[in-house]
Design a protein around this ligand. Structure first.
Ligand SMILES: [Zn+2]
Length: 274
């Protein structure tokens, strides 16, 4: 699933192409991605809307209009794309939502496996939804002390806590794995047993890695593409995620993988991460 850097990249790419445009017409191929809105209502309400802003909260791309907010949470195979031409037959095959814009461009949510989510919320609906999400890791007000306080109370493994969207948003398997390696923390250690100093360091590593990944326009192992359809390049800077069996870049020990923490693959160096 696209994590914070990927959604941030999508949003930054789409913003200059979308803001100020009016949605002229909209089509939806399937309604199984809709949450809290019917196909009929969405397709009746989208045309005529003017896009006023495009931003991100957690792993959601938010397309603000003069009435409501279209909140797109891309799934594993999801992409939010702008086209200044017609779609090819292959491109339109998995195009779930298509919005024709006043500049003749096309805003498309494409999703091969259709596991993303589309929401159409008014301001109070969005407030209620986003109140359940944790703080943004790159928010300067979310200091290292606040981060350490918040995460350090939990008895769950630190990796699970770091990926819990109620604790802190935007960090999934890739960036949690990288940040815990950089901070030298065993991903299975209960968060409340991680020394305070290491939690402060983890905050800095999370921020550094997310910022570097944004600068590289995200990580593409398989499906993720930017709003212009290009892959990201942070996979070239990944040092642990998906590298089980390969030598640790710091000590040369063979990296190991476990599924015991959260049923997903967690790669780590048992010598560097204690
Ligand atoms: Zn090592």
């Amino acid at each position: 699933m696209p994590e914070l850097p990927e959604v941030e990249t999508i949003v930054r790419g789409l913003r200059p192409r979308l803001v100020g445009r009016r949605i002229i017409a909209a089509t939806l191929s399937h309604d199984d991605l809709l949450d809290g809105v019917s196909k009929r209502t969405l397709l009746r309400q989208l045309p005529g809307r003017v896009i006023t802003a495009v931003d991100r909260r957690a792993k959601h791309a938010l397309i603000h209009t003069d009435t409501r907010i279209l909140a797109v949470q891309p799934g594993m195979t999801g992409a939010l794309l702008y086209f200044d031409r017609e779609l090819t037959a292959a491109e339109s095959k998995y195009a779930v939502l298509q919005c024709r814009l006043s500049d003749h461009g096309l805003l498309v949510y494409r999703d091969v496996r259709r596991i993303g989510t589309l929401r159409w919320l008014d301001a109070s609906g969005w407030q209620a939804y986003q109140a359940r999400l944790g703080p943004e890791p790159l928010d300067p007000d979310f200091t290292a002390e606040l981060f350490a306080d918040r995460l350090g109370r939990s008895a769950s493994p630190i990796k699970k806590v770091l990926m819990n969207q109620r604790m802190v948003v935007g960090v999934g398997n890739i960036y949690a794995t990288e940040a815990l390696f950089a901070a030298g923390i065993d991903p299975s250690k209960p968060a409340r047993l991680v020394p305070h100093k290491q939690l402060l360091n983890l905050h800095g590593q999370v921020r550094r890695i997310l910022q570097a990944a944004i600068a590289s326009e995200g990580t593409t192992f398989r499906d993720y593409v930017t709003g212009a359809g290009q892959p990201g390049s942070f996979q070239l800077e990944i040092v642990v995620y998906s590298r089980e069996g390969q030598p640790c870049v710091v000590c040369g020990t063979r990296l190991v993988s476990t599924h015991a923490i959260d049923a997903r693959s967690t790669v780590f160096c048992w010598r560097c991460q204690t």
